[in-house]
Write a protein that binds this ligand. Structure first.
Ligand code: PLP
Length: 432
């Protein structure tokens, strides 16, 4: 311990953490505090924050209403395993807002929610396979880590596992199609009709919005083939609007998963969906062959539930999403203008609450198009923004409602500096 005290925080991290990190972002970034739109690192540098905890802090850090709700709950006890009024109220709020939600089950993480949703789909249909999309992220289960980030073309629809340690038998249960290609989905549904339980997707895949008609085509095809449609709304839920992507794009799935925003910065996620499907979680089904046991020590945790409820309450106020979208639009437009003014080839991809630049000439409508993006340029762009006081994820700019007009002005100035520097580096041959 005494020895640990003399080491820098990064040296201490390197001693106790594989790779010196929690596995999320580079261990070079150590954040010690957040408030509103800002975070501070361990060396006192202040950043306008577009990482926002990888999404949950949509209304900003340490929001006074969230903090106050959490403080009161701390006094009343922090976890019970049993049902609690706060978790029940959060389920009610989700059902009020999310079109498909007739029943809700809580988990602690989005990964768990996705793994349970896949199992639920299999249990409901009695079929073994899930059809997902190349580049789609559904957490870290063996089933989900299939063709998330393949660098080369696989033998589609056979997926490429993204991790060591996944049994080959799991690979056989997943089929992969290109995002935004309803024709490919139709062919697979015809070919594997009796084996597919669900078409499982992020309705906005990472940054890539669905092309007009794509989600509606999936809705029609899945109905026609009696296959479930599952939206992973861990990112889009309560971010594209109170009703998430299903409301924003106007296509209602059979099940969805939620996370990030609904926990208000605490570990909480959920599966929500049609009552007849969700009934498999009911222990009355035990012994019928349809029961899907679903238990978690911290599921529906009351501290997380009050943080989520306070967050949803703030978001539900009139004008909140209008302002969020306006902020995002201003940033997206400015970034496009800056790229054009500097002659840097790049596409601003996404929706106003979540977007980024992909340094490519082409349009971006699936994972292959993303792979065409120049990653060295993106890395340099991120680093230059960081040097100029703007923090973002490796390949995402998450907008929060805490971003002020002044933050927008400063962010655009930082983007200007970063892109003009990139342009000079390209001319000087310093970037590939
Ligand atoms: C679309 C999507 N699904 C699932 C997850 C997994 O959620 P968690 O990190 O809470 O396990 C994430 C996390 O980023 C996500 O972006």
């Amino acid at each position: 311990m005494a020895q640990g005290a003399q080491l820098s925080i990064r040296q201490r991290a390197a001693r106790v953490l594989p790779g010196g990190t929690f596995g999320n972002v580079s261990g070079d970034l150590v954040i010690v505090r957040g408030s509103g739109s800002r975070v501070w690192d361990d060396e006192g540098r202040e950043y306008i924050d577009y990482l926002i905890g990888s999404g949950p802090m949509l209304i900003g850090h340490a929001h006074p209403e969230v903090t106050s709700a959490v403080r009161s709950q701390l006094e009343a006890g922090t976890t019970f395993f049993a049902s609690n009024p706060e978790g029940i109220a959060l389920a009610e709020a989700i059902i009020d807002a999310v079109p498909v939600a007739e029943k809700v089950r809580f988990t602690s993480t989005g990964s768990e929610a996705d793994a349970f949703a896949m199992r639920l789909a299999r249990a409901h249909t009695g079929r073994p396979k899930i059809l997902k999309f190349e580049g789609g992220y559904h957490g870290y289960s063996d089933y989900a880590l299939m063709s998330l980030a393949p660098k080369t073309s696989g033998n589609s629809p056979r997926p490429i596992p993204d991790s060591a340690g996944i049994p080959d038998t799991v690979r056989d249960t997943i089929l992969v199609a290109p995002f935004n290609d309803a024709g490919a989905v139709e062919s697979l549904l015809k070919e594997y009709r009796s084996e597919i339980a669900a078409v499982f997707l992020e309705p906005m895949q990472r940054l890539i919005p669905p092309q007009p008609g794509f989600l509606a085509a999936l809705r029609e095809l899945t109905r026609e083939h009696d296959v479930l449609l599952v939206f992973d709304e861990v990112v889009t839920g309560f971010r594209l609007g109170m009703g998430g992507a299903q409301e924003y794009y106007g296509v209602v799935p059979d099940l969805c998963t939620l996370g990030k925003v609904i926990g208000g910065g605490f570990p909480l996620a959920a599966i929500a969906g049609r009552e007849d499907i969700m009934a498999a979680f009911d222990s009355d089904q035990a012994g019928t062959g349809r029961f899907v046991p679903q238990v978690g020590t911290l599921s529906g945790n009351p501290v997380a539930a009050v943080a989520g409820l306070a967050t949803l309450d703030v978001l539900s106020r009139p004008g909140t999403f209008g302002r969020l979208f306006d902020t995002g639009r201003r940033l997206m437009t400015a970034l496009e203008d800056i790229l054009a003014a500097n002659g840097v080839e790049g596409r601003v991809v996404g929706e106003p609450p979540l977007f980024d630049v992909v340094f490519t000439k082409g349009t971006v409508s699936n994972h292959r198009d993303m792979l065409a993006g120049n990653t060295a340029m993106l890395k340099r762009f991120n680093a230059l923004l960081g040097e100029n006081g703007v923090l973002k994820a490796d390949s995402k700019i998450y907008v929060s409602t805490a971003i002020s007009d002044d933050d927008i002005t400063r962010t655009i100035a930082a983007m200007d500096v970063a892109i003009s520097r990139l342009a000079r580096d390209c001319v000087a041959g310093l970037l590939p």
